[in-house]
Design a binder for this molecule. Structure first.
Ligand code: G3D
Ligand code: MG
Length: 191
């Protein structure tokens, strides 16, 4: 493996407050799932290394407060993002309805550049306990819309940061999209 195959990607977690962004990041990083809601102040990031195909990938995972007050922080947050996990809470339909606001914010603050996105329905463990959950086919339809809009294939994945279900898969699926994108670029450039 040569150094050309080592890549660092900044990715961002997007979505309304309390959908589980910080919990997803923590679970993925192997940190304990903590009950007791703490607002993320400003932004912070975690670093995770993984291998995809022949690439050594470093994911810089940025996590921002859902709260919209910190304008300056938000701009720095989106700048240079190469991909995003767009997260809603399956048990709170309003967090699904507002997703377009987040995808538009991402593009607006990223120089108009569209990037690979994975749509995440988090808190899948609450599906059985709650009759008002967002239907899976709604989320799949929206992922299809995002695919047409962004020009990248957008998968829909249901996760639970609480049980850990599909959390690893969500991040590695995004990493895979980022690598495929690199490969596509190489072909286009005749490399
Ligand atoms: P945010 O970073 O998007 O704002 P947090 O969201 O990660 O802070 O999570 C908000 C609340 O949702 C927390 O609840 C957290 O424990 C809970 N949560 C996150 N992911 C899941 C999940 O997959 N399943 C369930 N059941 N709960 C989840 P509390 O009550 O601790 O404040
Ligand atoms: Mg948070």
């Amino acid at each position: 493996m040569n150094s050309l195959n080592q890549k660092i990607f900044k990715i961002v977690l997007l979505g309304e407050g309390a959908v589980g962004k910080t919990s997803l990041k923590r679970t993925y990083m192997g940190e304990e799932f903590v009950e007791g809601y703490k607002m993320t102040v400003g932004a912070d990031f975690a670093v995770k290394k993984l291998e995809v195909d022949y690439y050594k990938i470093t994911l810089q995972i940025w996590d921002l407060a859902g709260q919209l007050r910190f304008d300056a922080v938000r701009e720095a947050y989106y700048r240079g993002a190469k991909g995003a996990l767009l997260v809603f809470d399956v048990s709170r339909p309003e967090t699904y309805e507002i997703l377009p606001k987040w995808s538009n914010e991402l593009i607006k603050n990223n120089g108009g550049k569209k990037v690979p996105i994975i749509l995440i329905g988090n808190k899948s463990d609450l599906r059985d306990k709650n009759s008002q959950t967002v239907p899976i086919n709604y989320a799949e339809d929206y992922a299809e819309k995002l695919t047409l809009w962004s020009g990248y294939h957008v998968s829909y994945i249901e996760t639970s940061a609480k049980t850990g279900d599909n959390v690893e898969k969500a991040f590695s699926e995004l990493a895979l999209q980022l690598v495929r994108n690199l490969e596509k670029l190489k072909v286009e450039l005749g490399m």
